[in-house]
Design a binder for this molecule. Sequence first.
Ligand SMILES: Cc1cc2nc3c(=O)[nH]c(=O)nc-3n(C[C@H](O)[C@H](O)[C@H](O)COP(=O)(O)O)c2cc1C
Length: 182
Amino acid sequence: MNCKELILDRHSVRNFLPDPIPKNVLNDILEAGRLAPSAQNKQPWRYIVFTETEKIQKLALNCGLIGLANFFIRKAPCLIIACADTKDNLKLNGQDYYLVDTAISFHQMMLMARSYGIGSCWLAAFSEKKLRSYLDIPETWRIVALAPFGYPADKKSLYTKMVSRFASSTERKPLAEIVTVK
Ligand SMILES: Cc1cc2nc3c(=O)[nH]c(=O)nc-3n(C[C@H](O)[C@H](O)[C@H](O)COP(=O)(O)O)c2cc1C
């Protein structure tokens, strides 16, 4: 798949087959995140990787009330939590760049996954307070996102079809609305 095909092919996947992700493939996915650019090369991202079904199921129950909206994660064979160590943050123009850095890195991982036919879904609906106490992460870390990773299942549940419709997932604003040429 070339870059254009990869970008056109990527979409959020919320239904997974139970098949595990081979170790070398998971390693390539994590490497894609590691090699990402970051402001002043601070590399604030930190990743917590789950590959055991029972642990993923337990985690799905520890994302707070709002996290139940993403209860589909319990069926993924792999779940990655993207954190950022704010000790490695660059602040410029009043902006914290750890979020930007970690988003770039995590998205590179998602694109690498897709190149192997592995789907994922960026998730922001979780209670950071609940999750951080469950994971017992260092105080300087923020939890930026989580994402399930796995081979897409052909059959989509009614719930995930509704989520995708609710988010109008296939729609995009036209270039004319988002680009200003000066
Ligand atoms: C920052 C961010 C947060 C998101 N949070 C959630 C979420 O909590 N639950 C969910 O099902 N999808 C979530 N999504 C996925 C979006 O709904 C999805 O990317 C969007 O509708 C476009 O669809 P596509 O990814 O299939 O192209 C999130 C995406 C982003 C980038």
